[in-house]
Ligand binder design. Structure first.
Ligand code: HEM
Length: 381
């Protein structure tokens, strides 16, 4: 904590920065105003306020993340910022999940001592939470129905207008899609990842089918079941390899999906390690948000049973539905369907692997080189 202001060389007494003034504690600590005499209301207020502060920080991180992704090309150094911002946000979400346990130190009966004071006010009206959802990429048509009306109807006019402005901005998921679609290496020189991957998949499925048919120790029922599983898998791959983007069940454009798969399959390549971490962090964020939603739904059930929420929803039932439906980065999870074992993975051509390796030698003096972890480096000179 800085002890003094560095705004002027010789600070006057009134300029002096203290712990209290730096953090504006007078404002912060005056903002807790429980309206009832119930002891637990102070905890209820503070807990909600801390949530809003953490939401504020997540939105602040998102500013930088989305700023980085709005560039026409994303520099390697900026990619690290992206990964750092996402990782911080995931840690915040984990903290937010744990914080609900503090709420549960209040009994449902004690909650009833003051629940009436906030009438129809509800976390449902948290503008920052809505902004977070919208900026990550949750679309209105994907939302769980709420009393037959759009969730926006429950916001005050000025908040609704603010949210509409946010909705007009590009969402993170679409920015990530555009960034993925620009991934080099997927098509390079004569190499086409998609063609070689498809060939490997066809061979793998053919091999698996032959192995099932050859297996004389299998009962007819077991064989039928295994062939059925293979048939399902084939159907999923057919969809993946199908032409045209319209009928695809994924939100990412096809090129982005292919690149995300490439990054997942070849993530051991040095150049793909940070992109892989970014994709993992996006999944972590999606997962921790879903966990928070479900954890909050359970807490609401403990407090309210099957009573309606103060905002007018069905309470637990509505909240539990949002945990499974309000997912944003589903495509990244779905990619696991299409991973194939490393042993079946097409080997990358030397010139592609070479471009993805880190090199630590000076081409001019070229005394020696240190091979990268892929082993693709060469001894020069
Ligand atoms: C006793 C504690 C709590 C109860 C019983 C409770 C209950 C509910 C209920 C029933 C809803 C659905 C909307 C409605 O009908 O009101 C809701 C929504 C919400 N609550 Fe809470 N809540 C509690 C604490 C919290 C806390 C500490 C936060 C932190 C910010 C929070 C944030 C939210 C948010 C963001 C929503 C909107 C969720 C969505 O629509 O997806 N709640 N809450």
């Amino acid at each position: 904590m800085p002890a003094k202001s560095n705004r002027s060389a010789e600070p006057t007494k009134s300029d002096e920065l203290t712990y209290k003034s730096y953090l504006d504690l007078d404002t912060l600590l005056r903002a807790q105003k429980p309206v009832s005499a119930a002891h637990d209301e102070m905890m209820f207020v503070i807990l909600h306020q801390t949530y809003e502060l953490w939401f504020k920080l997540m939105l602040f991180e998102l500013d930088r993340i989305q700023g980085v992704l709005s560039a026409r090309t994303v520099a390697d150094a900026d990619l690290r910022l992206l990964s750092a911002g996402l990782s911080r946000s995931v840690n915040i979400m984990e903290l937010l999940i744990r914080q609900l346990a503090i709420m549960e130190t209040m009994t449902p009966l004690d909650f009833l001592d003051f629940r009436h004071v906030f009438r129809s006010a509800s976390g449902f009206q948290s503008l920052q939470f809505r902004e977070l959802e919208v900026r990550l990429g949750l679309r209105p048509e994907e939302r769980v129905g709420y009393d037959g009306k759009s969730f926006e109807n429950f916001l005050p006019d000025e908040d609704r207008a603010a949210l509409h402005r946010v909705m007009k901005q590009p969402a993170l998921i679409d920015q990530v899609g555009a960034w993925l679609a620009r991934t080099p290496f997927v098509e390079m020189g004569g190499f086409s990842f998609w063609k070689s991957y498809r060939k490997a998949v066809v061979e793998m499925i053919g091999h698996d089918r032959a192995a099932i048919l050859r297996n004389r120790h299998m009962t007819a029922a077991a064989r039928e079941m295994e062939l059925g599983k293979l048939h399902n898998m084939q159907a999923q791959f057919d969809l993946l390899f199908g032409e045209g983007e319209e009928e695809l069940p994924w939100r990412f454009p096809k090129k982005a999906l292919q690149a995300a798969l490439f990054i997942n399959l070849y993530r051991d390549q040095p150049a793909l390690q940070v992109p892989f971490r970014v994709l993992s962090s996006l999944m972590d964020l999606d997962e921790t948000m879903a966990l928070w939603r479900y954890r909050h739904a359970l807490m609401a059930q403990r407090m309210l049973g099957t009573k309606m929420g103060s905002g007018g929803s069905t309470g637990h039932e509505y909240l539990a539905a949002t945990a499974s439906k309000h997912r944003i980065f589903r495509d990244l999870f779905a990619l696991s369907t299409f991973l194939i074992p490393r042993s079946k993975l097409p080997k990358l051509p030397a010139q592609v692997a070479d471009r993805m390796a880190f090199k630590y030698w000076d081409e001019k003096t070229a005394k020696r080189s240190i091979s990268s972890r892929t082993g693709s480096g060469k001894l020069a000179g």
